[in-house]
Write a protein that binds this ligand. Structure first.
Ligand code: PLP
Length: 388
């Protein structure tokens, strides 16, 4: 058997590998990026599924168009309009999770060796996906207010695209403020680099002032990705891409080759759920839960972590980032933590240069009791590690 050369540059998803260890029931895991199991609207989805099968069963079980179910695209378009963002349903492609949208953008825009700018640390699903197409990574650091714009101005010149998660970034939890968003839009227009804005967490703000996607200020063609994974269910695997017409044509062709279309049953089911339920109320309850869990984690960190460990203070989303003092590696800490039955994701896979100066903690999935206990255990590991 011969394996294609393109696989040489691609790491297996570190998190999927880690999840195999952390799935053990005796381990308190802050490693995955999983929503809280109680946040899923099981009853509403059951009712929507029954209604779809009763009223349009044959259409739901049939092949359909690659672009996706039009009423669902119209729903997404109307929701953007509420934020002052104009996206017509024709500009929206429904994808099998926003991860597929990312793959389709990469497949249609990145040639082997093409420079691609990413945040540092960056979303590792994007690093994995861009690696398939032979991207040559350029990285720009994040500051507490978003990407370092001067570094971006330098790195964006001649780059194919800039991939960013401006709201409650994975892995850091950082959010770009409005001036940084406007500046990013201006830099993209100035340099001709295309912005790929990934926004799966945007609706999960539990404190601070809301800010619109960068797309609102875009002066040049850009791509905006979205997902229902964090606000309804990741198991449905429904996301989308908003892309300029020319790129959209190519992405539709690429999607045909990859899966023809996203399952029509789940698209119709989701649409039915969205119109039959108060989605804003549903999302508000998720925000409330995650806000409380984040606060619980921050309080426990202040109590148990040594002061030299830095922590970001996310205003939404599902993650926060801990920075380690020099000489301490998160990989070593990880093994120690597993012995004490608590898990996180070490920093290394979020960097393309192997940096290991921090780690990611997820606060959406564990119960508050587990958060308190897990952070206390992690604090003990950190204290030991710093004393080495
Ligand atoms: C930044 C970011 N983009 C995309 C995804 C993929 O989400 P999905 O494919 O479930 O929509 C994730 C998942 O965690 C993510 O964190």
């Amino acid at each position: 058997m011969q394996i294609a050369k393109r696989m040489d540059n691609v790491q297996r998803s570190y998190i999927r590998e880690i999840l195999k260890v952390t799935a053990r029931p005796d381990i308190i895991s802050f490693a995955g990026g999983l929503p809280h199991p109680d946040s899923f609207p099981v009853q509403g989805v059951a009712e929507a599924a029954a209604a779809v099968l009763a009223e349009s069963g044959s259409e739901a079980l049939q092949y359909s168009t690659t672009e996706g179910y039009l009423p669902l695209r119209e729903w997404i378009s109307a929701r953007y309009a509420r934020q002052g963002i104009e996206v017509s349903p024709d500009e929206i492609l429904i994808t099998t999770g926003s991860q597929q949208a990312l793959d389709l953008v990469a497949k249609t825009t990145i040639d082997r060796g093409a420079p691609v700018v990413i945040e540092r640390p960056g979303y590792l699903g994007a690093i994995q996906c861009f690696s398939f197409y032979g991207a040559q990574f350029r990285t720009v650091d994040l500051t507490p207010l978003g990407v370092d714009v001067e570094a971006l101005r330098r790195e964006a010149k001649g780059a194919r695209l800039f991939y960013a998660v401006p709201s409650f970034q994975n892995p850091s939890g950082i959010t770009y403020d409005e001036p940084t968003r406007r500046e990013v839009a201006a830099i993209m227009a100035e340099t001709g680099c295309m912005l790929v804005e990934d926004n799966p967490y945007g609706e999960l703000r539990f404190m601070g002032t809301p800010v619109a996607p960068i797309r609102k200020w875009a002066e040049s063609p850009s791509v905006l990705l979205g997902s229902f994974s964090k606000v309804v269910s990741p198991g449905l695997r429904i996301g989308w891409a908003c892309a300029p017409a020319e790129l959209m044509r190519h992405m539709v062709t690429a999607k045909q080759a990859s899966d023809l279309h996203t399952p029509m049953f789940t698209q119709r089911l989701l649409h039915r759920f969205l119109v039959d339920n108060d989605v804003d109320e549903h999302i508000a309850s998720i925000r409330k839960r995650y806000g409380a869990q984040r606060q619980c984690m921050m309080d426990a960190i202040r109590k148990h972590f040594p002061e030299c460990v830095t922590v970001t203070e996310p205003e939404g989303g599902m993650f926060l980032w801990c920075g380690l003092p020099e000489g301490v590696t998160s990989e070593h800490l990880f093994h120690k933590a597993i012995e004490r039955k608590v898990a996180f994701v070490p920093g290394c896979p979020f960097y393309v240069d192997g940096t290991d100066t921090g780690f990611r903690l997820n606060f959406s999935n564990a119960s508050q009791d587990d958060i308190v206990e897990g952070i206390a255990r992690l604090g003990a590991c950190l204290t030991e590690e710093l004393a080495r």
